[in-house]
Design a protein around this ligand. Structure first.
Ligand SMILES: Cc1cc2nc3c(=O)[nH]c(=O)nc-3n(C[C@H](O)[C@H](O)[C@H](O)COP(=O)(O)OP(=O)(O)OC[C@H]3O[C@@H](n4cnc5c(N)ncnc54)[C@H](O)[C@@H]3O)c2cc1C
Ligand code: SF4
Ligand code: SF4
Ligand code: SF4
Length: 414
């Protein structure tokens, strides 16, 4: 039976939970907010199925992509609403048009991230855009199996370890299954995310008239209020209005006034200035397994891998686009059939070129030495803004040294 001794060795895919014939595995959140399996030994029959499907214990061989492209969706609206090159929506729409089902990650009514499925184009909208929080798989592997067995086409999208978990769970190839993963540098803690949202609502309550907030007109429908006056109306981790590389984190909150009207404020910060994004990008709040990822470099055996084509401006400047450029790896023959040159501008590249600035394709993120300090401060109830300033702002002396170094380099260059 599954017994997690080292948290680096469980990516939280939930394949074990969905496989257990005795339903004796529960999934419990730890003090960092990541969920792990716990077996009720009294009901376990020691069948070993939970171990058999685990993508950490049973890792597949790496496969090399057959083709690699720089690619961008030709539809301006779809490209702008997507995080990278707008490739997910093209693939997903094709599956829906063929009567298929699409699985992906979306926000639930509490703005937590979870996997779900859609059977209409309208339903796909919720999956668009990266959500930088670990998603809960729930029963999605079981549901996928049911759809596949009924003959429906299924597109399953997710992190590489979620795809690896699904493949082990299914235990055999299905001709009607297409899988898409993305280059993944790690998933942050749902508990930190919840704390961040609470702090932002608190900020809105205290500082709604301050200069850091500005009212905007929002077209999105308000989500149900959480009863504290402020409710979240929309979240974008990758707002591209300032550009793909200069993406912003945008949180839209709504307040019900006495007249019942909604006062909407939108809080927008460049990713480098937002405390949650800073903590995520500095790798302090990732799941432990992401520092020893079991599914890198083609090990997920997904049909397609999508990502940002970071560095395209250096390799192929004419292809650069401020609205986003995607990277498409076609890993299998099934994937070849999904290359849609009519909806997408594409240029064939080599694997080396496309991963030059995207090393998370091959390598796990290095576990930061300051990670334990983060969790100590987090559990001491310190605010995330303060923690990120404390741990991530280099001291005045270091900044001065760096500036002098840069000046010296410039002088030498002249
Ligand atoms: C946690 C995380 C880390 C990432 N790390 C990198 C990286 O290091 N390098 C890189 O090039 N790209 C990375 N990406 C991928 C990138 O952000 C884009 O999602 C990807 O390029 C697809 O973009 P798109 O424009 O085609 O589609 P989009 O519409 O932007 O993406 C939608 C797709 O992402 C899936 N998705 C969104 N959030 C999650 C989630 N939390 N868990 C599982 N699936 C999710 C949806 O189900 C859907 O399939 C990461 C994404 C996530 C969620
Ligand atoms: S060994 Fe079998 S019964 Fe026991 S927890 Fe694992 S899957 Fe369930
Ligand atoms: S990696 Fe997945 S299958 Fe393995 S123990 Fe963790 S949740 Fe279970
Ligand atoms: S880095 Fe690896 S272990 Fe972590 S979420 Fe991504 S695919 Fe899974």
């Amino acid at each position: 039976m599954i017994h997690i001794l080292d948290k680096h060795s469980c990516c939280g895919c939930e394949a074990c939970v969905q496989t257990c014939p005795k339903h004796c595995i529960s999934f419990e959140e730890d003090e960092e907010g990541f969920r792990y399996p716990e077996v009720d030994g009294t009901s376990c029959i020691d069948c070993g199925l939970c171990e058999k499907v685990c993508p950490v214990l049973h890792q597949a061989e790496s496969i090399n992509p057959l083709h690699v492209y720089a690619a961008k969706n030709k539809c301006e609206e779809e490209l702008m609403a997507s995080s990278s090159g707008g490739l997910f929506i093209l693939i997903a729409k094709k599956i829906i048009s063929e009567g298929g089902v699409v699985f992906g990650a979306k926000f639930n009514e509490k703005w937590e991230v979870e996997h779900a499925y859609a059977e209409t184009e309208e339903g796909l909208k919720a999956f668009m855009g990266s959500k930088y929080v670990q998603s809960r798989i729930g029963n999605c592997y079981k549901e996928t199996k049911t759809f596949l067995q009924s003959g429906r086409k299924v597109l399953f999208t997710g992190t590489s370890c979620q795809i690896a978990g699904l493949k082990n769970f299914l235990g055999k190839d299905f001709e009607n299954l297409l899988t898409v993963d993305f280059i993944c540098h790690g998933v942050p803690s749902p508990k930190v995310w919840r704390k961040y949202l609470e702090e932002m609502k608190d900020k809105a309550r205290r500082a709604k008239n301050s200069v850091s907030f500005h009212s905007i007109l929002s077209s999105r429908k308000a989500m149900p209020s959480d009863g504290e006056g402020w409710s979240i109306e929309g979240i974008s981790f990758r707002d591209k209005r300032l550009g793909w590389k200069k993406f912003s984190f945008v949180l839209t909150l709504a307040e019900s006034s006495e007249e019942g009207k909604q006062n909407t404020v939108s809080f927008s910060r460049m990713h480098r200035e937002d405390s949650y994004m800073r903590l995520f990008l500095s790798d302090l709040i990732l799941r432990p397994s992401c520092y020893q990822c079991p599914a890198k470099g083609g090990k997920s055996q997904s049909d397609l891998t999508i990502a940002d084509f970071w560095g395209i401006e250096k390799i192929y400047p004419d292809f650069y686009d401020e609205r986003g450029v995607g990277l498409l790896m076609v890993n299998t023959k099934k994937g070849v059939a999904m290359v849609m040159k009519e909806c997408c501008k594409m240029a064939e590249m080599t694997l080396e070129e496309s991963t030059l600035m995207n090393t998370p394709y091959y390598y796990s993120t290095k576990e930061p030495a300051k990670r334990p300090s983060f969790w100590l401060l987090f559990h001491s109830e310190m605010k995330l803004d303060k923690i990120s300033r404390k741990l991530l702002t280099s001291s005045l002396l270091i900044r001065l040294k760096r500036r002098v170094g840069r000046l010296m380099k410039k002088k030498k260059g002249k």
